[in-house]
Design a protein around this ligand. Structure first.
Ligand code: NAD
Length: 499
């Protein structure tokens, strides 16, 4: 067990500045209007630094820098860009613990996750796209005796990227790595709840990129996000966040007729077929562990398995086991490597989750465990902690239909295969899903029948860089990760040559 020291105290790996500005054109630049906002750690609920409050003027300055850098950067070779992306990955790896602690302090999530999952995945994304861009080939085809067609990949130019607060560095890197690999210049706006770990990342890697290739403007959605997403100077907007915000982003983009990538909300089903309980073995153990994945990252995951569907024949034996496991989830100081669940990312998010706990109770759902705020004493007293909660109810309830984005799972029974699929697909969303069965045929069939961009079979919450990720229905448009991402950040030029 290790307990990392709080930032800015003796022995800490992280020393935050008291004030952070925007990162524009390779420099730290004060906001044009001179305004700052307080950044709070959810671990204690106390402010620890202030951050530049961006407006349209700062976005324009960042676009100036990005436009100046886009031409030369777009002309570098894939090999040159790959070298830089690999250097970024190496430097992140050398400073992995520092970044993990910064992320934990900014967001509240358990350091065991930032160290073992978020940072290694982010590093691997840079390495993956460094390789992918070198492997990409243009096409050549003979059209007729006198004509040859050449296909070239060209960067889009300047792109805008807007991210949420639940995996600040990882969500940024999912967008940055393919866009940089493809030769674009970027203006990134982090979430106002968690801007600082990305700024710490910029302090670490900023010198590896030509000035202006990657710019970060902080601030709030309407003040800084909208002037970016609706700007005529960008050639694409990539957004991760709520479905309601995604609709606005698409409206802005339609005015400028630019492509969008939208990674939005979810209400993912996790289906447990009766054969999981055929034997009390390692597989059954894994399935029970799979149920508890709703609490990973405090449930603040777009793919949170927030609806668990259990076949009725095993319901009475399965539920006590998973309740026991849920009650064993260790909630506590996120900087302690033994802690399994940390703080919710903001007070607003805490209140939203608590309001859904009230909604669930009011609509008649039964609380099987949890159901309230977790009061942790000492230094953590003012922090935003929630008990992992299991509700029992039915799929028409609001707690089954609306995204809570907290450590809350709503459980319902199903009778057989068709019933399971019908309930699973009875949602506005279609992002993640889980299927648990010893029977390959059942698992494969369910995997094909569920309307979601990602189906995990006999596992949950894996995000390899080379696996396409994205949503059906109201969960989004487009995909992230995988080679196909390069197409989202490039134009294809077709040159027909006659001779
Ligand atoms: P949000 O939509 O409130 O905010 C996301 C970002 O958009 C923030 O940076 C915010 O400042 C900005 N923003 C808000 N209003 C804007 C506007 N009018 N114009 C431009 N920018 C604006 O979402 P959130 O609460 O930060 O994040 C949680 C949501 O993100 C959840 O719904 C979750 O499911 C989703 N999410 C999806 C994925 C995925 O890959 N599909 C991943 C993580 C999170």
């Amino acid at each position: 067990m290790t307990v990392y020291a709080n930032p800015n105290t003796e022995g800490s790996l992280v020393n935050f500045k008291s004030r952070y500005e925007h990162y524009i054109g390779g420099q730290w630049v004060a906001p044009v209007k001179g305004q700052y906002f307080e950044n709070i750690t959810p671990i204690t609920g106390k402010g620890f630094c202030e951050v530049g409050r961006g407006t349209a003027e700062d976005i324009e300055a960042a676009l100036d820098a990005a436009e100046a850098a886009a031409g030369p950067w777009g002309k570098t070779s894939p090999a040159e860009r790959a070298v830089i992306l690999n250097k970024i990955a190496d430097r992140m790896e050398e400073n992995l613990e520092m970044l993990a602690v910064a992320e934990t302090w900014d967001n509240g999530k358990a350091v065991r996750e930032t160290i073992n999952a978020d940072m290694p995945l982010a590093i691997d994304h840079f390495r993956y796209f460094a390789g992918a861009i070198r492997a990409q080939e243009g096409g050549l085809s003979q059209i007729d005796e006198h004509t040859t067609a050449y296909h070239f990949h060209e960067p889009l130019g300047v792109v805008g990227q807007i991210i949420p607060w639940n995996f600040p560095i990882l969500m940024a890197v999912w967008k940055l790595a393919p866009a940089l690999a493809a030769g674009n210049a970027i203006v990134l706006k982090p979430a106002e709840q968690t801007p600082v770990s990305i700024l710490v990342l910029m302090e670490l890697i900023g010198d590896l990129l030509p000035a202006g290739v990657l710019n970060v403007v902080n601030g709030f959605g309407v003040e800084a996000g909208k002037p970016l997403a609706s700007n005529k100077r960008i050639r694409k907007i990539a957004f991760t966040g709520e479905t309601t915000t995604g609709r606005l982003i698409m409206q802005y983009a339609s005015e400028n007729l630019i492509p969008v990538t939208l990674e939005l909300g979810g209400k993912s089903p996790n289906i447990f077929f009766e054969d999981v309980a055929d034997k009390d073995d390692a597989f059954y153990d894994k399935a029970k562990e799979g149920f508890t994945m709703f609490a990973l990252n405090q449930g603040e995951v777009c793919t949170c398995p927030s609806r668990a569907l259990i076949q009725e024949s095993i319901y009475d034996s399965f539920m006590p086991e998973v309740i026991k496991r849920t009650e064993a989830i260790k909630l506590g100081n996120p900087l302690d490597t033994d802690t399994m669940m940390g703080a919710q990312a903001s007070n607003d998010q805490l209140e939203k989750i608590l309001s859904y706990l009230d909604i669930g109770k009011a609509e008649g759902a039964k609380v099987l465990t949890g159901g309230g705020r977790a009061e942790l004493g000492g230094d953590l007293e003012g922090g935003y902690y929630v008990q992992p909660t299991i509700f029992e109810g039915h799929n028409k309830m609001r707690i089954f239909q609306e995204e809570i984005f907290g450590p809350v799972v709503s459980v319902a029974k199903f009778s057989g295969y068709d019933d399971a699929i019908e309930i699973a697909n009875d949602t506005l969303y279609g992002l993640g899903s889980g299927v648990w069965s010893r029977n390959g045929n059942t698992a494969y069939r369910a995997g094909r029948d569920i309307q979601a961009g990602r189906v995990w079979v006999n596992q949950y919450h894996a995000y390899p860089a080379h696996s396409a990720f994205g949503g059906y229905k109201s969960s989004g448009i487009g995909r992230e990760n995988h080679l196909m991402m390069l197409d989202h950040y490039q134009q294809t030029k077709n040159l027909l040559v006659s001779y």
